[in-house]
Design a binder for this molecule. Structure first.
Ligand code: ME8
Length: 516
């Protein structure tokens, strides 16, 4: 069985995660489910990043010790993923003692190898981001990442020789077109960072105690990014002396790191160089997805412009939220969320297009054939629908493998839209008026049921609960990916009895009132 290792970013435990942070977990979940359905042996890892200045500060603000604080927030992160039906295999936490030990070993190994050395750092420092910047990279004398004021700071620190691996990295990026996605981010990394010449990276802090201590110089702690990025290998059982676990040997290198657009630099420059220094193969693809914004701007707790999964799921079925997130965040540009838009998308796509198609088709089969699926006799008139349905798996897979998840979902919805059009064109209610048309009527309904089945098998990766409900309504056992590569697996003679609606239409005004 071929393996597939997929990871998300591990969320900071500085505060409760919002729907933007959750988007990425749903994204990775769809890919993980799809790959499992394709027959891959999937390992899907997510978790929390629990050290650093900001975590400590926020624990203090909350009047808690850091351990209690991170326990609480890490639980919130896990709970959000659970509520959103995210099928992770591993939820990891960077305060895990084994992770801490392995990060210390990695650091010491690189120090002994000469790739990490001790020096002095003086520069412009952003406290919340825990990052130093060059003067030329500041924007209005402020941090280019978070726009807050930077301070001038000098400290004794350890440095990682990024420059030593610069050429090797550039070669790897150029020789592996799948390595960084999207293209725009790849160009940005090459032109704005690598070609400018990489500065050695400051990888320790002496001003902080909520972090992993350097084994040979305990007044320093490991810079949070080395700690965080290592999670992708430490929890697999990486061993710096080469005694790796079976799990590590099987799953490394990762197939996908799914991360947000703001942390592409860490994942496509620092992380691969760290791996090169450890003589490890590099991940296949790093996808920096765009962000979800909430109408009115960036998601921000301080401005109240924030939505949390647990609140949202009190008002909407989990698949409605999953559907919306995948549909509305495209490949490169940010997506927008508002309750208004969410309700419109649910009513249009899940209720009008999908829900009505399923209940209409089942109701007609029950009415005209006592619910018994007829053997079809297809004609040229059916070709377009059948061709589309038969090629759907290949086309959806292609989009999904290219990280165009929103497009892949749209291709599935297009089958349902085509099916609705097929009903309008074939007018089963008119065919039913004359018993001479029985064979044609049975064929039309067969083609519809088979199209619904094919689309729903694919939807198992996106909206799993709903897909299962539909497949149960169709009373079919043909629910795996092999069954959708050709048209015609739904078995004539099967009886369908359920014509209940899939979802109840949402009354927008009432729902908005409820939400306010
Ligand atoms: O960056 N829309 O953690 P984090 C979509 N601990 N994605 C968003 C988003 C939005 N509005 N806001 C944030 C960290 N994200 C590090 C990661 S990985 C070794 C360490 C994404 O809690 C963000 O881009 O700040 C990141 O991928 C993830 O949420 C966690 O962000």
């Amino acid at each position: 069985m071929k393996k597939f290792y997929i990871t998300t970013a591990i969320d900071y435990t500085s505060g409760k995660p919002h729907i933007g942070n959750n988007y990425e977990k749903v994204y990775a979940d769809v890919v993980a489910r799809f790959k499992r359905l394709e027959g891959y042996d999937v390992l899907f890892q997510t978790g929390t990043d629990e050290h650093g200045q900001k975590v400590k500060e926020n624990a203090q603000i909350a009047g808690k010790n850091p351990v209690d604080f991170v326990n609480e927030i890490s639980n919130e992160v896990r709970k959000a993923s659970d509520l959103l039906n995210v099928s992770y295999d591993k939820f990891v936490r960077t305060i895990d003692p084994l992770h801490i030990k392995k990060v210390q070993e990695i650091f010491e190994y690189l120090y002994n190898k000469g790739d990490i050395y001790k020096g002095t750092y003086e520069g412009f420092y952003c406290t919340p981001c825990e990052s130093y910047f060059l003067e030329k990279d500041l924007i209005n004398e402020s941090c280019p990442d978070c726009s807050r004021k930077v301070i001038n700071k000098k400290e004794e620190a350890y440095f990682f020789k990024l420059s030593k691996y610069e050429k090797q990295l550039l070669e790897h990026i150029n020789n592996n077109p799948e390595f960084i996605k999207p293209e725009s981010k790849k160009r940005e990394m090459i032109n704005n960072f690598i070609k400018e010449g990489l500065q050695d990276l400051c990888v320790s802090r002496s001003t902080l105690d909520w972090g992993i201590k350097l084994p040979f110089d305990p007044k320093h702690v490991v810079y949070v990014w080395i700690d965080a990025l290592s999670n992708y290998i430490t929890f697999l059982g990486y061993d710096v002396n080469g005694n790796h676990s079976e799990e590590f040997k099987k799953y490394w290198p990762a197939n996908y790191h799914i991360i947000g657009k703001d942390i592409v630099r860490f994942h496509t420059i620092y992380w691969p160089i760290l791996l090169m220094a450890l003589d490890l193969p590099l991940p296949k693809t790093i996808y920096g997805h765009p962000w979800l914004t909430i109408e009115g701007g960036k998601i921000s707790k301080s401005s109240g412009n924030v939505i949390y999964a647990d609140q949202l799921l009190k008002h909407f079925h989990v698949d409605m939220v999953r559907y919306f997130l995948i549909k509305e965040v495209p490949y490169q540009s940010d997506g927008t969320m508002s309750y208004d838009l969410l309700i419109d998308v649910i009513n249009t796509d899940l209720i009008n297009t999908l829900g009505n198609l399923v209940s209409r088709t089942n109701a007609m089969l029950i009415k005209y054939f006592d619910g018994i699926i007829q053997a079809p006799k297809q004609t040229d008139k059916d070709k377009e629908l059948i061709n589309y349905a038969e090629n759907l798996f290949t086309n959806v897979k292609k989009e999904l493998d290219n990280c165009h998840l929103s497009n892949s979902l749209n291709l599935i919805m297009e089958l349902f839209r085509k099916s609705n059009k097929y009903i309008d064109e074939n007018e089963p209610w008119n065919l039913a008026k004359d018993s001479n048309n029985n064979e044609r009527l049975g064929t039309v309904l067969y083609n519809l049921l088979e199209s619904i089945r094919i689309g729903s098998v694919l939807l198992k990766a996106y909206i799993p609960d709903t897909a299962e409900v539909i497949l149960n309504k169709l009373n079919t056992k043909e629910t795996d990916f092999n069954s959708i590569k050709t048209f015609g697996s739904i078995v004539p003679g099967t009886t369908i009895t359920d014509k209940d609606p899939l979802f109840i239409r949402i009354d927008k005004e009432e729902k908005l009132k409820e939400l306010s």
